[in-house]
Structures are given as structure tokens and as C-alpha cells.
Design a protein around this ligand. Structure first.
Ligand SMILES: [Zn+2]
Length: 267
């Protein structure tokens, strides 16, 4: 067997999907060819890495958002960080792993397994609510955790084409918790997180062309959602906070958004 033939079969060999005759031929070639053996080992590592990570994620959209965030973070790193060759090679592997994960997350099979049966298209409201509920699971709430708006607002720079408003509302009883990137309606979106006693408030925003829309409040599964569109930015605020208190929060946030820490579309 030649190397090219071996390389063509090594995927199937790894998956134990070859008939015994071909399997034996590949095994024999691998025993005598260090290069093809290395190829097999690399594939095996990538595959087990992917499996290890996939069981930790609940859904492909969160997975993709985390990967997008990681890649955006890489791009946002200052160029000086690339000067050391070891730093460069360390950076390289997570991107390869991310590529493998994207491929797996995008495959119909993984999608069906993670999504469960059903598979009907979700509305944006459903997606925002699902994202809010996911964010309440340990480790999912914030990518940057800080009660200081001067730490949270700059964190979004270079990660998104929108810089969300991050007003300080702690004097009104709504302390800042942090921020994160999430994945809604087929795009990566900004989420700013506030607290109110034991309740959490997620403020989603992303650029969206279209005329302004007035505030509309809906409720589902014990959560209230407030939606509006203003200045080509789409907003969703979600919480299990009592609806009167949530309305108060929204009024304060919008006021501050207009006054100063304005949400701006970045070029
Ligand atoms: Zn070979």
C-alpha cells in the first residue's frame, strides 16, 4: 500500500469502518510508515478532543458562540503577543480544535442529537428565552465578570460590530454583573447582565436594520421579556423579576442609553 492510499483510508480505519482486508493492509502500512502513523495519531487526538468538548455543551448555538468568542479574542490580542514562537504555536491549536468543533457542530447528525427530536424553526423570542435559561447554568452567565462598567464596556471592543450601552445602575438597585457574547438569530450578540436581589437580568442587543419599534412585553415559562428596536439596534431584556420592577429597569436602561453610554454601531 502507498502512503496516498493509506491517507485516504485512515479516517475510516480510525472509525473501525473498513472491511478486514483493507484494515489489515492499512495496519501493515502504518507499522512500517512513521509519517502515516503520525497522521493517524493526530486524527485520533482531534477526534477525542472533539468528543470530550461536545459532551460539555448543551447546544450547537452556544458552542458556536463560544468558538466565535474565542476566535474574536485571538484576533483582538495585540500583535506584540505574537513575537514569541512558543506563544504563536500555543495559539494555533485551539483554532484547529475550534475548526473541528465547528465541523462537528454543523453536521446534521450532531445538530439532531443535541437539539433532540422536533427541529422546528424557533422564533427570535424563543431563542432569546432559551439563551437566557442556558445562561443561568453554572459557568454560562458571563465571559467578563465585573461590577464596573469601565471593565465591561471595553471588553466588547473588537469582538462585535456593536458596542452595547453598559450604564451604572447600582444606585437604583440594579448592580452590574458582567457581559458575554451569545448566539441568537444566526449571529453573535452582546449581552449585558444586571442583578436585582437574587434575580438576574440579561440585556441582549445587536444591529438590526428597520424602523423603530415600541416596547412590547411578553411572558413565558415564568420569565418576562421586553423587546424594542431603536436606532437600528434590536434589544431584548429577559428576567424572572416581577414585571413592574423589570419595567423600571428597562426605563432606567433606556434613559441611560439615550443620555450617555449610547449603543453605537461600530464600523
Ligand atoms: Zn505512509
Amino acid at each position: 500500500m502507498q502512503c496516498a492510499e493509506c491517507r485516504a483510508l485512515v479516517d475510516a480505519y480510525l472509525d473501525a469502518a473498513l472491511p478486514e482486508g483493507e484494515r489489515a493492509a492499512v495496519r501493515e502500512h502504518l507499522a512500517g510508515c512513521a509519517e502515516c502513523a503520525r497522521e493517524l495519531a493526530a486524527l485520533g487526538r482531534a477526534s477525542s478532543l472533539a468528543q470530550e468538548h461536545l459532551v460539555h455543551y448543551r447546544a450547537p448555538d452556544v458552542l458556536k458562540a463560544r468558538i466565535a468568542s474565542a476566535i474574536a479574542g485571538e484576533r483582538a490580542e495585540p500583535a506584540a503577543g505574537l513575537s514569541s514562537p512558543t506563544a504563536r504555536s500555543r495559539r494555533w491549536w485551539p483554532l484547529v480544535a475550534a475548526g473541528v468543533l465547528i465541523a462537528l457542530a454543523s453536521s446534521g447528525l450532531t445538530y439532531a442529537v443535541l437539539r433532540g427530536a422536533g427541529g422546528t424553526a424557533q422564533t427570535v423570542a424563543d431563542e432569546v428565552l432559551a439563551s437566557h435559561i442556558r445562561s443561568l447554568m453554572p459557568g454560562h452567565l458571563t465571559d467578563v465578570q465585573s461590577t464596573n462598567e469601565h471593565n465591561v464596556k471595553p471588553w466588547f471592543n473588537g469582538r462585535l460590530d456593536l458596542s452595547p450601552a453598559v450604564p451604572a445602575l447600582d444606585s437604583a438597585g440594579f448592580p452590574l454583573v458582567g457581559g458575554r457574547l451569545d448566539y441568537v438569530d444566526g449571529r453573535v450578540v452582546a449581552v449585558v447582565v444586571y442583578g436585582r436581589r437574587q434575580h438576574l437580568i440579561n440585556v441582549y442587543s445587536w444591529p438590526e436594520q428597520g424602523s423603530n419599534e415600541d416596547e412590547a412585553t411578553t411572558s413565558a415559562r415564568g420569565y418576562h421579556m421586553v423587546h424594542w428596536r431603536s436606532g437600528n439596534v434590536e434589544y431584548w431584556v429577559v428576567s424572572d423579576l416581577e414585571s413592574g420592577e423589570l419595567a423600571k429597569f428597562v426605563a432606567l436602561y433606556r434613559q441611560a442609553d439615550k443620555a450617555g453610554g449610547r449603543t453605537e454601531r461600530r464600523p
